[in-house]
Every structure is written in C-alpha cells, then in structure tokens.
Write a protein that binds this ligand. Structure first.
Ligand code: RUB
Length: 309
C-alpha cells in the first residue's frame, strides 16, 4: 500500500493521531495527498486504488463515524468524474474542503457552546475532546470564572492531555480518577464531553465511561452537553446499523504476568450514552436536543443519504 496511506492508518491505529475530529481530518488529508502524488493516469485504476486506500484508512479505527464521513466527503464525485484529472482534482479539493469545514466547525462550536457556561460554573469533562476543550477555553477567554474537573480516563489517561490543555489556557483545573466521578458530581453544574459518533436517535458514542458520567450527572441534576460537529452524526444509524465499539489490546490494561493466565481482560474503549441522559448537543449549526438529530442529519447529508452502501 502507498506510504502516505499506510503511515496515516498506522498513526490512527496506534493513537499517535487520536480524537474523532483529528482522525477524520487526517484521513481526508491522506487521501487528498495520495491523489496529488498519484502516478498513474487511468481513471479506472485511480478509482480502484482510491477505494482500496479508503478501506485501509477506514480499517484503522472502527468507532468514530467522523472518519467514515471524512473519507466519503473526500471521495464524493469520483464515480461521476469523466477524466482521471477531474477525479484527482476533485479528491484534492474535497479533502482540503473537509479539513477547512471541520476546523471552522470546531471554532463555531466553541463560540456557541461558551454561551451555555455561566460565570462561577463548575464543569466536568471526560477523556480529551478538542471540541469540548475549545468550548471551555472560549468561556474562559470571555472572562468567565469557572472550575473544571477532568477525569483521568483510564487506560490511556487522555485526561492528562486535557488537564495540560486546560491549565495552559488558564483554567482552574482538577484531575480526578474515573471512579471519583459520582462523588464529585454533586459539586458540578454542567458536563461537557465530545463525541465519536451520534446516532439518529441522538444517543452518543464516546470514550468508555462517558455513560457513567452522564448517568451520575442525571442523578445530580447537572446538565449534560455534548460538543459535536455534524460530521459525527452517523447517517447509517437511520437504517438500523449499529455502531461498532472498538476493543483494544489487553496490554493497555495489565502488564505481562500481572494476572493469572486464565483471567480474561475485556477492554472496550467506547460506550453508548442513551439520548435520555443528554440535555444538549452543541454543533456548528446550533444547539439541539437529541430528538432533533434525525432532522438535521437528513438536511446535512441531503438525498445522498439514501444511496449509502
Ligand atoms: C477520544 C474521545 C473524544 C472524542 C471527541 O477517544 O473519545 O471524546 O473522540 O474528540 P480516543 P474531539 O482517545 O480513543 O481517540 O472532540 O477531539 O473530536
């Protein structure tokens, strides 16, 4: 396989590039770069090679629909292109456009989401969502005095990245272990988390433990906000497709020889938060309740949604 494609796929698989937005932008960029450096001239071969390249990229991490949407956005129009040059140019332009739109969406969500935060609020976030962090940093930039509890997020400990990001942005930040979520929740006004995938019924698939955070928030009457670009909406779930929850290697959880060989380790890295535990989904097109996702999905994806394979 081409070097650009295999390097990007392994960066995503091994989590050197991680987070749903970043992996989508990396996938789109890799396909655009691949097209720009493509050496053949045959349209048919180019289409086949692109299809294989996109399968390699999509196989790198299964859960985030952002990657699927980024890849499909980039390949839009290649089946109707009449020449190799037209197909190549459209892949290059689409890949760039996806990245630009994605970056603009993240900035817009920061501005929209910051309005939900009030001076004096205590927040909680889970894992490391660049979009949720963007919202919190924007609120602080606007001069709001807030405190944030950030979970460690075992086993990868993305919470360490989060507390570094928040602290650099001047946020009053406290790191907690995952099992402290329920006990700390009584002090929290609002939860802000990111999204890997949002289903047509408004349920959220995000880092393992997000559902526990949301349930604890529901019990403590804290508001749950999901910060998500609309390319994290999964059109396939409209037709009943379920989202594959990635399981990763047990070496992320235990060291060799630490537990008896007959003990299994189960390491799912995402979970599903039912829509009933979510108050707001904050997107670049506005704030909506989970029940509004279906309508926005149809509008965003247009008629092509009904041609999905
Ligand atoms: C990251 C994670 C993040 C979402 C959203 O999981 O669950 O909350 O991907 O991230 P992992 P962003 O570390 O396994 O990729 O808001 O940056 O797109």
């Amino acid at each position: 396989m081409n070097q650009i494609i295999s390097a990007t796929a392994s960066d995503i698989r091994d989590m050197r590039v991680r987070g749903a937005g970043r992996i989508a932008r990396a996938g789109a960029t890799a396909l655009a770069d691949y097209a720009a450096s493509y050496e053949g001239r045959s349209l048919e071969e180019f289409r086949n090679d692109l299809r294989k390249a996109s399968e390699v990229i999509l196989g790198s991490r299964p859960t985030a629909v952002s990657l699927w949407n980024g890849v499909h956005y980039t390949l839009r129009g290649i089946s109707s292109a009449e020449t190799f040059e037209a197909a190549r140019d459209s892949v290059i332009a689409n890949g760039k456009e996806f990245v630009t739109n994605s970056e603009q969406a993240v900035q817009r969500i920061a501005r929209i989401g910051a309005k939900r935060i009030k001076d004096g609020d205590v927040l909680m976030t889970h894992c490391n969502s660049s979009v949720a962090i963007g919202v919190i940093l924007e609120a602080v930039r606007q001069g709001k005095d807030i405190k944030v509890y950030a979970t460690e997020s075992r086993p990868w400990r993305q919470g360490i990245l989060t507390v570094n990001d928040l602290s650099k942005g001047g946020v009053d930040t406290t790191l907690i272990i995952d099992s402290a979520v329920r006990s700390v929740m009584s002090r929290v006004d609002r939860v802000f988390v990111g999204a890997d995938t949002i289903t047509s019924s408004g349920s959220l698939i995000n880092k393992i433990g997000t559902s526990q955070v949301a349930m604890a928030a529901n019990e403590a009457r804290a508001e749950v906000n999901v910060c998500s670009e609309t390319y994290k909406f999964s059109p396939k779930t409209m037709f009943g497709d379920t989202v594959t929850i990635e399981e990763r290697d047990i070496s992320e959880v235990v060291r060799p020889g630490e537990i008896p060989e007959n003990v299994r380790v189960f390491n799912p890295v995402f979970d599903t938060t039912p829509a009933k535990y979510i108050d707001n989904i904050i997107t670049e097109v506005g704030i909506m309740s989970p029940g509004a996702v279906y309508g926005v999905m149809v509008k965003q994806f247009g008629e092509s949604i009904f041609d999905l394979e």
